[in-house]
Design a protein around this ligand. Structure first.
Ligand code: PEP
Ligand code: MG
Length: 323
């Protein structure tokens, strides 16, 4: 089997019936990029920049960030690099920000909410990303967007930063793509509207599952309720992909579910364009896709979306045998 995976290196990701999709890697630090390249990832679908902030005892400077983004962009040699803006809060703490203790940190002051409030932090990061954008194929992604007003505000701030850079003759990629994570149910439900105002979606199943099912993603006592096979979660994923395509934008997934071999046929059938996962899953996912017909998977989607329980979906997916 290891040999079979090696055969997948250097090949495009094609379904059994010849449909091209993209498999990218998720990274947390610049070092991680080597593993993505080693495993033949076709880009980075999620750069979790919060580690720059967490592995530090003060806010990282614009130059520190610039260097961290630039090195990754360069190593990718023109392959896409989706940089997610700061996503702290919930399980990701930054002690030196001295944020107030909250009853429900996962529902609290975090990610884009914090960035829109702390424009100083947000603008510094956006400047660093824009400056790095000339060294590769960089895209910007906002996390935890729950309503359109937040997206518009974030885009407005991005435009301000672009103007500032322009006035100082600092170069950046003028046509940089801007997307959002779809990881809150309200955003999946309104994905038809969001799709008109962004260049791409990336579905964050880790949080989308937690918020849709009201199940804390880190709580072992209720982990039996947490599942990417829940039909309600599948409906939101499918809705997001369909609405994205209707508006002509690409749709990826960077939550753990994107690398789940059992779910991949269903995601392929739904039309997912980009699968971003841990580097170690990339070649296996490419192999799974090469053994799966997209056309046949489309029929599977219709069945799955009309099932009642998590178990029903698992039974359906277990019946597919990828040889
Ligand atoms: C997600 O929520 O699915 C995701 C990819 O982001 P994180 O795991 O960093 O919250
Ligand atoms: Mg998330």
């Amino acid at each position: 089997f290891v040999l079979k995976l090696k055969e997948m290196k250097g090949k495009p990701t094609l379904s059994k019936d010849g449909i091209k999709v993209e498999i990218a890697g998720n990274i947390g630090t610049p070092k991680d990029i080597d593993k993505v390249i080693e495993n033949d990832g076709e880009g980075v679908g999620l750069y979790r920049t919060e580690f720059l902030y967490m592995d530090n005892d003060k806010l990282p400077t614009e130059d520190e960030q610039f260097k961290a983004y630039k090195v990754v962009a360069e190593k990718l040699q023109g392959k896409p690099l989706v940089i997610r803006t700061l996503d702290v809060g919930g399980d990701k703490e930054i002690p030196y920000l001295n944020l107030p203790k909250e009853m429900n940190p996962f529902l609290g002051y975090r990610a884009i909410r914090l960035c829109l409030d702390r424009k100083d932090i947000f603008k510094t990061q956006l400047r660093a990303i824009l400056r790095a954008s000339i060294y590769g194929n960089v895209k910007i992604m906002f996390p935890m967007v729950s309503n359109i007003a937040e997206l518009r505000e974030a885009k407005k701030i991005l435009e301000e930063v672009k103007k500032e850079l322009e006035s100082k003759n600092i170069p950046f990629a003028k046509d940089i793509e801007v997307g959002i994570m779809v990881e809150i149910p309200s955003t999946a439900i309104q994905s038809d509207i969001f799709a008109k105002e962004v260049d791409f979606f990336s579905i964050g199943t880790n949080d989308l599952i937690q918020y849709t099912l009201a199940v804390d993603r880190g709580n072992q006592n209720i982990s039996y309720l947490y599942s990417q096979y829940h039909p309600a979660v599948l409906r939101l994923i499918n809705m997001t992909i369909k609405n994205g395509h209707k508006a002509g934008i690409w749709v990826g997934m960077c939550g753990e579910a994107a690398g789940d071999a059992k779910l991949i046929p269903l995601l392929l059938g739904m039309g997912l364009d980009e699968f971003s996962m841990s580097s170690s899953s990339i070649l296996k996912a490419r192999w799974t896709i090469s053994k799966t017909s997209k056309k046949e998977s489309e029929e599977l989607v219709n069945k799955a979306l009309n099932l009642s329980t998590i178990q029903d979906v698992e039974d359906l997916l277990n019946k597919i045998n990828v040889e």
